[in-house]
Design a protein around this ligand. Structure first.
Ligand SMILES: Cc1ncc(COP(=O)(O)O)c(C=O)c1O
Length: 413
């Protein structure tokens, strides 16, 4: 009989070879072939178990195979799996309403609306189109920051800073300028009435978990408002509870109470199903895209929407925002207390952390961690990113803290 879902029971080496023969080489060779997950654990094809401290890069907020998520997704797929956007579904409507509630702590401004997409880059693409529509041609400039990562499709890529990602695909949509990171004077100098939007990540995840300096976001809000430009926050990686608040900009020391014009979400939003969202705050930003100006076959898909609702429900029911704050503190304080000579700092917020290293050995550290049963990410040559599931236990953090000195000790001097 033809294989529908392939048998897992082949050695990892066989899968790795089949992967290389069947998939485009955009990611390099896979580190392991994973076949199963439960809670914060995953297992590879050879039966080895790993503590997943990366969670699909800040995606699996509830860990793997969470029963509430599994049953919500199964129930929705068994009821109504997909419809075209010529029709509405209650699930999609509920999700948009819930997002309007969580994105602004005091309630979304009147007229706020949501666009649902399928990934972070697609949501950023929609945000880019909002910026283009704003000012209707009289505002050709869009400002972003050095170090920014906003995705890989052409509009999102134009906002992304890294030359190696951009240059092979030029020409990209024009008008984007990258300003020095966290430099308020540079922002003031660049801001003018011909700017359509300023696009910021409250913490730059891909740049090594780097926070904007205190006061920057509030000043950015003031400047964009003064010049009539949109302030678009990319919370794809930082949003939906990852930092211990629903949005990273909700922390006083990050956002200073700012209300942006649009917030972009994806990653953890649906706990592992593909989804993205643009939450446009206020009637102006929410009506920039008119009927026919944007669309998506899968955007608002009921199964992805049900997954997002279930994820948000569990985060609230199980008080996981508090758990994120507490486990984040435990990790940060525990790693700092090791006083290991290779560790320079532990930075970030909640469960989006980076361990800074004194030498560019993050790749070696990540390989040693994997061999010891921990999935971590060498986000920069000198930084290890941790973005574990929100359900990580005290004991699991303790286990890492016990094993970390040996893992760090395995790097070359
Ligand atoms: C801040 C930010 N924006 C956008 C994206 C793109 O999201 P996706 O990979 O879902 O397209 C990412 C992905 O890492 C991200 O971290």
């Amino acid at each position: 009989m033809t294989e529908i879902v392939p048998e897992h029971h082949q050695p990892a080496a066989v899968w790795a070879q089949r992967y290389g023969n069947a998939l485009m080489n955009t990611f390099g060779p896979p580190q392991r072939v994973l076949v199963r997950g439960e809670g914060a654990w995953v297992w590879d094809a050879d039966g080895a178990r790993y503590l997943d401290l990366l969670a699909g890069i800040a995606v699996n907020s509830l860990g793997h195979a969470h029963p509430t998520l599994v049953s919500a997704v199964s129930a929705q797929l068994g009821t109504l799996g997909h419809v075209s956007n010529f029709f509405a579904t209650p699930t999609q409507v509920h999700l948009a309403e819930r997002l309007l509630e969580v994105v602004t702590p005091g309630g979304a401004p009147a007229g706020s609306r949501v666009f649902l997409a399928n990934s972070g880059t697609e949501a950023m693409e929609a945000a880019f189109k909002l910026a283009r529509r704003h000012g209707e041609g009289a505002r050709p400039r869009i400002l972003a920051l050095e170090g920014a990562f906003h995705g890989r499709t052409m509009g999102a890529l134009a906002l992304t800073h890294k030359a190696a990602y951009r240059e092979p695909f030029e020409p990209l949509p024009g008008g984007v300028e990258h300003l020095p990171f966290g430099d308020l004077a540079a922002l003031e100098a660049a801001m003018a009435d011909d700017v359509a939007a300023l696009v910021l990540e409250p913490l730059q995840g891909e740049a090594g978990v780097r926070a904007l300096p205190p006061g920057y976001l509030a000043a950015a809000r003031e400047l964009t408002s003064r010049h009539g430009a949109l302030l678009i926050l990319d919370e794809v990686q930082t949003g939906m509870g990852r930092t211990g608040r629903w949005m990273a900009h909700h922390h006083d020391h990050v956002g200073g109470g700012v209300v942006p014009d649009a917030v972009v979400l994806a990653k953890g939003l649906a706990g592992g199903l593909p989804i993205g969202a643009v939450v446009a705050l206020g009637e102006g930003p929410a009506t920039l895209l008119r009927p026919g100006q944007h669309g998506s076959t899968f955007g608002g898909n009921p199964v992805a929407s049900a997954a997002a609702l279930a994820t948000m429900h569990v985060i609230e029911r199980d008080e996981l925002l508090t758990a994120v704050t507490e486990r984040g503190r435990q990790l940060r304080e525990g790693i700092t207390a090791l006083a290991h000579p290779l560790v320079t700092d532990v930075r970030g917020e909640g469960l989006l952390l980076a361990v800074g290293l004194a030498r560019p050995v993050a790749g070696e550290v990540a390989r040693a961690a994997l061999a010891a049963g921990y999935i971590v990410n060498p986000v920069a040559p000198d930084a290890i990113r941790l973005a574990p599931p929100f359900i990580l236990s005290i004991g699991q953090v303790d286990a890492l803290l016990t094993d970390l000195p040996a893992i760090l000790g395995e790097t070359s001097a």
